[in-house]
Design a binder for this molecule. Sequence first.
Ligand code: HDD
Length: 712
Amino acid sequence: MKNKTEKVKSQLAGSTAPDKKNTTAKTRDLESYKSDATGQPLRTNQGVKIADNKNSLRAGSRGPSLLEDFILREKITHFDHERIPERIVHARGVGAHGYFESYADHSSLTKAGFLGEKGKQTPVFVRFSTVQGPRGSADTVRDVRGFAIKFYTEEGNFDLVGNNIPVFFIQDAIKFPDFVHAVKPEPHNEIPTGASAHDTFWDFVSLQPESAHAVIWAMSDRAIPRSLRAMQGFGVHTFRLINAKGVAKFVKFIWTPKQGVLSLVWDEAQKIAGKDPDFHRRDLGESIELGNYPEWEFGVQIIDEQDEHSFDFDILDPTKIVPEELVPITPLGKLVLNRNPDNFFAETEQIAFCPGHIVPGLDFSNDPLLQGRLFSYTDTQLSRLGGPNFHEIPINKPVCPFHNNQRDALHRTTIHKGQAAYEPNSIDGGWPQETPPAAKDGGFESYYERIDAHKVRERSASFKDHFSQPRLFYKSLSATEQLHIAEAYSFELGKVKRQHIRERVVNEILSNIDLGLAGTVAQKLGIPAPKKPTIKVPEPSLKQSSALSQMKLTPQDLQGKKIAALVFDGLSAKAIRPLLDWAQQHSIALQLLGPTSAPVKTSEGKSLAVDGSIKGEPSILFDAAIVPDIPTDHTALLDNGQAVHFILETFKHLKPLALTGPGASLIKALHLEEDAGLLQAKDFSAVREQFERALLAHRVWEREKKAERIPA
Ligand code: HDD
């Protein structure tokens, strides 16, 4: 494991060799753009070899620099322009390459080629992101996560630009700038970074009740994911799939992680933001390096065109889910991420997604939020990537050939041959020619939908109910998840300075979701609890949807778990070996942490190298901890404040913790009690099974009350 860990660290620090296993069409395409300086002389951008990269040209060794120094000028000029504007939202992100594999021939559902054959693999690039914070903000803030996937299909690029929560804050794209201005740092002082706990956000959302559903998801544990590997993904809008006969179905897209849907606890999330702001990107990169490739199942909820109006919500409303109890998920394929980018800027930063990038066999619905998005994404790239030729940047290029008569503009790299940049033409043989919109030739055709309406600026009455689904969500959660929601609202509103905004959230939003929730939050804020809802919320046909609780979405196995083993001088190598074997067997990343980064001495007189120090690698970076072979006299451990803090913090954050060896009774000295995840035994094999069960459950939720007394 040690070697593996070292390999990870050194590889992540420097450049990473391309994964030979990933031979997708896009990887091969990117290969031709890669540049390797090994064995090469240093040259200017014009190809001139540089003899001295340490001294600028000057008049005498103490004299002024000379303007003619083209080497200095080129270097400084390029440096001066290295930065590009960050994304307006979703600025902080991390990406990975991988592939999508279709489980079967789904051509009865769609003519899209990437779903048309069992086992067919399509290269993808995925970018995960937070929404509010800038590029340099912390990974673990409370926020929605972006989950954007570019499929490089043989029929063109398909971008599925979704989030890790299934609903959005507004129903109409015209409100997007208002929403973003409200959630972003406030304009007078640019505070807060990466947080929604401030006046303008709560002011806006409390005046815009259509946000209630997305806000309660953002106040749930979904908004503090344990890792990007452990999140669901949602296309949010209703889309269409269309088969070769022109038959269309409405669909919702859902990604379900094999790793389970897992979250941090709030205290832990806040601390990680300081100790390791790169926690999520590091986790993704390291998992892929270790071969623990994250995997998601891709599924759709399919709704027949004639059932469009058969729900008590509108399927065009992006603030609504379609409960799985009403329309179950049909699995179509899987997504595997198996290669880290070679260069963050060239790939992750320059990738440009757009929900309007679709391929034949897919189409939009009339969701007014989606319709607005179709415009915004390509438009924003014009200023972010500096012009309309961003599709020529290697990471954005389709893997199929593309020819048209669009010409010129900034940064054009393609050299178009021929004289006729127009269609029709008789000079260049009429090429490139249209593919008539016929399914068999692959030309794109929009769904043959009849639209007959007046031009109006109004919301459909079917978009008016804003509370029955947040209520459904809240009622479907476990008591633990509900408690976390109440705490999140109380925390956030506690940061809101204006009393009238706090009261409006409680009285006009929370009271309509759940009076109990409103009462708990009101009590924590010291305001009177509302007695009744302010409006009559429609009774939905479905009272509970068990699919909404993440408690049931636990991982299938232990692969990729990160566990710390605290080791001290005098421990026996015999206690460590079985642990290492166990970790390897389950692809668990086990790290040995010593009092310092120096090796510890085993009782057999050998020196045991560690992966880091207890101080340098705090408990918050791990899923669980083991203290193996504790001696009967555990003074050395108790005298080490960092180690005691590590153990208590592991307990506080409800993580599995195994203490083994003759001194395992240390539990008492620390004033802790055994529970389903706090285990003590003479050796690890005696508690292994229980420990594994606790790891699969992710956290020991029943410990939560007891853990409150541990100082944060
Ligand atoms: Fe958006 C980026 C997801 C509504 C306008 N959005 C962006 C990204 C994700 C989403 C994941 C980051 C893509 C990347 O990694 O590069 N956005 C969503 C979802 C929405 C949504 C799931 C609702 C269902 N967005 C939305 C609306 C608008 C935008 C209504 C504008 C009308 N979004 C943008 C943008 C961004 C963006 C400003 C910033 C950078 C970019 O597009 O490329 O154009």
